[in-house]
Design a protein around this ligand. Structure first.
Ligand code: PMP
Length: 420
């Protein structure tokens, strides 16, 4: 059991090792454990400062970091329930909804996606998924895993669906639920929303919308646009740390999910329990279900407070202005935007056609190495088609757009360009 210690020896310890750690390592040589403490954990945490100008997560402002760093309280304490109530109201504002059934799921955007599908769809039921990038693909995959009968409407990345196309598919497949991505972050497209909710009502189906990459950055009105289920994530325009995911269900969605014949496959995401945990079921007592991410909820409350102080309309306006400024600058560098129609460009995540003759990976690596800046390539079906730049929430400023333009200009000068 002393092998690892003898073979490494004190002098081989990493230079940043904490005082006393070497002595602890030596003591372990005579202890009962056969797996030693990992040497990497005896050095300090290294998390570099970076400009997070990709499709998310975004940089987290000090106020939100500080909120997340406050001392922990219990997940069932009265004060925690008050904070959860604040979060609920913040989500209602951000989603523009009066839905009582409004919560933040404990997990990333995928958790909210699964929460919506697991609760609102039963095995064998037909579901229609609009796919114009990776998020529709993901939803189709999740729906298949729960045994839904998945039908798809497909466009290449950057494409969008007309209301006529959607209505034809609704009439043909008679789904119980139709899924659409509002801000398609893999393609950089913001999907028109008007009239689609009405079509879903006409065809007696629930309308599920993903706003992970658009909430706070592009206008969206859950109630007015007749969206039945809407979800988002904490880490994009809301500038929270990843790990909490707002989701809201209207009465139509509640009616369907609370009159199911089968239990949802996930205990953790079962809305009969989560609705009680979030005080949405009208019962006087909240019963332990799971331990929510207390620090994540502190941070999410502060994210939503910043949005409330700024005002949704101001936030939408800022994202549009900064995106347009960035787009002009990119064209000034000779780059081409991937989404041609200006009205369909997602203000939060800009997609740039990969410049001819360049290797996209070399560009993103160059920018990371020389400018400490994350911008990324495509995702899923848009890999090899685009570079993606996200300036969201706290990061959304012309100064930061200028930083992106300098970094990309520099990359175009220094990265290898093949003769074409
Ligand atoms: N939907 C969209 C539109 C997204 O951009 C993302 C994250 N990139 C997700 C869903 C998934 O969110 P998460 O990574 O937080 O699970």
């Amino acid at each position: 059991s002393g092998y690892w210690l003898r073979s490494t020896g004190r002098s081989a310890l990493p230079s940043g090792i904490a005082p006393g750690a070497a002595a602890r390592l030596r003591r372990c040589a005579s202890s009962s454990v056969s797996i030693p403490p990992p040497r990497c954990l005896l050095g300090p945490l290294e998390a570099p400062l970076r400009y997070m100008f990709g499709p998310g997560p975004s940089n987290v402002p000090p106020r939100i970091l500080a909120a997340g760093g406050r001392p922990i309280i219990g997940h069932m304490h009265e004060e925690m329930f008050e904070i959860m109530d604040d979060i609920k109201q913040g989500i209602q504002y951000a989603f523009q909804t009066q839905n009582n059934m409004t919560i933040a799921a404990s997990g990333s955007g995928h958790t909210a996606m699964e929460c919506a599908l697991f609760n609102c769809v039963e095995p064998g039921e037909p579901v229609l998924v609009a796919i114009n990038g990776i998020w529709g693909e993901r939803v189709a995959e999740i729906a298949r895993r729960i045994g839904a009968d998945v039908k798809t409407l497909v466009k290449t990345p950057g494409g969008y669906f007309t209301n006529e196309e959607i209505e034809q598919a609704l009439a043909k497949h008679k789904p119980v639920l139709f899924f659409l991505t509002h801000g398609e972050s893999s393609a950089g497209l913001v999907h028109p929303m008007d009239g689609i909710g009405d079509l879903c009502r006409k065809h007696n189906c629930l309308f599920l919308v993903d706003s992970v990459a658009s909430l706070g950055g592009a206008s969206l009105f859950m109630d007015k646009q007749n969206i039945d289920i809407l979800y988002t994530g904490s880490q994009k325009a809301l500038n929270g740390p990843p790990g909490t995911a707002p989701v809201s269900f209207n009465d139509r969605a509640c009616k369907k999910m609370f009159s199911r014949k089968t239990k949802p496959v996930s205990y953790l995401l079962d809305m009969t329990h989560l609705s009680n945990y979030w005080g949405c079921d009208g019962k006087p007592e909240r019963i332990y279900h799971h331990t929510g991410p207390v620090s994540g909820f502190f941070a999410l409350r502060e994210s939503l407070a910043i949005l409330a102080e700024m005002g949704l309309e101001n936030s939408w306006k800022l994202h549009k202005e900064v995106a347009e400024y960035l787009h002009e600058g990119l064209e000034g560098l000779g780059l081409k935007l991937f989404v041609q129609d200006k009205n369909l460009r997602l203000p939060c995540v800009t997609t740039i056609a990969i410049p001819v003759g360049y290797n996209w990976r070399e560009i993103t690596q160059y920018v990371m190495k020389h400018h400490r800046m994350e911008i990324t390539g495509g995702l899923g079906p848009s890999v090899g088609m685009v570079l993606r730049v996200g300036l969201m929430g706290y990061n959304c400023s012309k100064t930061n757009a200028d930083k992106v333009l300098v970094a990309l200009g520099d990359a175009l000068k220094h990265c290898h360009k093949s003769k074409v």
